[in-house]
Design a protein around this ligand. Structure first.
Ligand SMILES: C[S@@+](CC[C@H](N)C(=O)[O-])C[C@H]1O[C@@H](n2cnc3c(N)ncnc32)[C@H](O)[C@@H]1O
Length: 219
C-alpha cells in the first residue's frame, strides 16, 4: 500500500483536546524508559521534543531527568496551549517551555543535548527535512530517539489495528489513528531515509506490530 498523506498539523481544537485526553501512558512512558535504557549516561542538559503535542512526553521526560531542561516544539496552537496547561499543572513550568512553530523553521544549530520525537514523522510530507533538522539541532555525540507508527500492508490491516487498539475510543481519535497508519512509513523506507541522510549509525527497531524506533548517538 502506498503512503497517503494526512494534514501536517493537528490544529483543530476538538482534535487536539481528544488527543490530549487519550490514554497514551504505556507508549509515552515506554518511550521515556527506552531513552533511559539506550542512553544510561545521559542525565542533564537541554532536550528538544519535536512535534511534542499536548506535552505528556516532555513532562515524563523532565520527571525522569530532574536535571534536564526541555523545549517542546509544535506548530499547532491548540496543542501548545494544552501542553502549557499540563506543564503548569505538573509544576514543571520552570524546566519545560514550548515553541509554537514548525520544526522546519527552528533556528540554530547544535542547540540541544538530546532530541526526541514521537509520532511526528508520519505527519511530515518530506521526511528528509525532519532528519536534516534533527541532525542540525543536536550537538555532536548527543542522543536521539525517534518513534512512530509503521504503515500496514493494506487499508484493511490498518482498520484491524484501529479496532484492536482503539475500540471504544472517540471517533476523532479512531479517524486520526487510521489516517496516521496510512501516512506512516515502512521499516524499509525509514532505513532508506537514514541512508540518504548519512545517519546509518542510528539503529532501527520494530518494537511491536505498529511502531518503529530509531535511536543512537548523532555524530
Ligand atoms: C500525533 S501528534 C504526537 C504528539 C506527541 N509527540 C505525542 O507523542 O503525544 C503529532 C504532533 O506533531 C505536530 N506537527 C506536525 N507537523 C509539524 C511540524 N512540521 N512542526 C511542528 N509540529 C508538527 C502536530 O501538530 C501534532 O501535535
Amino acid at each position: 500500500m502506498n503512503r497517503t498523506l494526512e494534514p501536517e498539523l493537528m490544529d483543530d481544537p476538538a482534535q487536539a483536546l481528544v488527543y490530549a485526553q487519550a490514554d497514551f501512558e504505556k507508549e509515552n512512558q515506554g518511550f521515556v524508559d527506552r531513552f533511559r535504557d539506550y542512553f544510561p549516561d545521559f542525565s542533564d542538559g537541554h532536550a528538544l521534543d519535536l512535534g511534542c503535542g499536548p506535552g505528556d512526553i516532555p513532562i515524563r521526560f523532565a520527571q525522569a531527568f530532574p536535571a534536564c531542561r526541555m523545549t517542546g516544539v509544535d506548530a499547532s496552537a491548540p496543542m501548545v496551549r494544552l501542553a502549557e496547561e499540563a506543564v503548569q499543572k505538573a509544576g514543571l513550568s520552570d524546566r519545560i517551555t514550548f515553541r509554537c512553530e514548525r520544526f522546519q523553521d527552528l533556528a540554530g544549530a547544535n542547540i540541544a543535548d538530546a532530541v526526541i520525537s514521537n509520532s511526528l514523522l508520519h505527519h511530515v510530507p518530506n521526511p528528509l527535512q525532519f532528519w536534516h533538522k534533527l541532525r542540525l539541532a543536536v550537538k555532536p555525540g548527543s542522543p536521539v530517539l525517534v518513534m512512530d507508527l509503521l504503515r500496514p500492508d493494506s487499508p484493511e490491516e490498518a482498520q484491524a489495528i484501529v479496532d484492536r487498539y482503539a475500540s471504544g475510543a472517540p471517533d476523532i481519535l479512531r479517524r486520526d489513528f487510521y489516517n496516521s497508519l496510512l501516512a506512516a512509513f515502512t521499516e524499509d523506507e525509514i532505513a532508506s531515509q537514514l541512508a540518504r541522510m548519512n545517519l546509518t549509525r542510528l539503529l532501527i527497531d520494530v518494537s511491536d506490530d505498529r511502531h518503529w524506533v530509531v535511536g543512537g548517538l548523532i555524530h
